[in-house]
Design a protein around this ligand. Structure first.
Ligand code: PNS
Length: 160
């Protein structure tokens, strides 16, 4: 039985994230989508609670997916949850260096924890949460970038 974790900031959840969640969930027995609750990471658009609710909403049809948050080191949370695999999406060469560094750091901290990379689907190659926030902040069209049911919440944030 493979229990995996897909960690991230998910601020906001994009269609690229959802694509990785769906594809990973098909390959593992249990997938925990874990939102980083970082006290030092200020300036998030959505609170951790909002992001947890959003992730639960968009993964409601995936029975082997649960959503949670963690603080501190990912490897510690993975150990608590008896997780063997970390899932990360890879968009392009630009992601590679930092992802490789993260994977090696996690492996040096916890040698039995492997990172599995899933290449992002081509249609989401250009997407990032920061780009989505920028487009939304200027009132641009975010259709196709985030799950449909999350569009109103994102647009609402920038109305205020
Ligand atoms: O979506 P993101 O922001 O690229 O996700 C980054 C995340 C949350 C996976 C990463 O920052 C993380 O795991 N942070 C927890 C702290 C940690 O374990 N650091 C050591 C590995 S670099």
């Amino acid at each position: 039985m493979i229990r995996a974790i897909y960690p991230g900031s998910f601020d906001p959840v994009s269609n690229g994230h959802l694509d990785i969640i769906r594809r990973a969930a098909e390959k593992v027995d249990e997938l925990i989508v874990a939102v980083l609750q970082n006290r030092n990471k200020n300036g998030s658009l959505f609170t951790v609670e909002e992001r947890l609710d959003q992730l639960r909403l968009v993964t409601r049809d995936l029975p082997n997916v649960t959503v949670d948050c963690f603080e501190g080191l990912l490897v510690d949370f993975a150990k608590q949850r008896d997780v063997q695999v970390i899932i990360r999406g890879l968009r392009a060469v630009t992601d590679f260096e930092s992802e490789f560094q993260m994977a090696l750091t996690n492996r040096s901290l916890s040698p039995h924890l492997e990172t599995f990379f899933i290449p992002t689907s081509v249609e989401y190659l250009y997407l990032s949460s920061s780009t989505i926030k920028e487009v939304a902040s200027f009132g641009g069209n975010i259709c196709g970038m985030v799950p449909k049911e999350l569009e109103p919440a994102l647009l609402e944030k920038f109305k205020k």
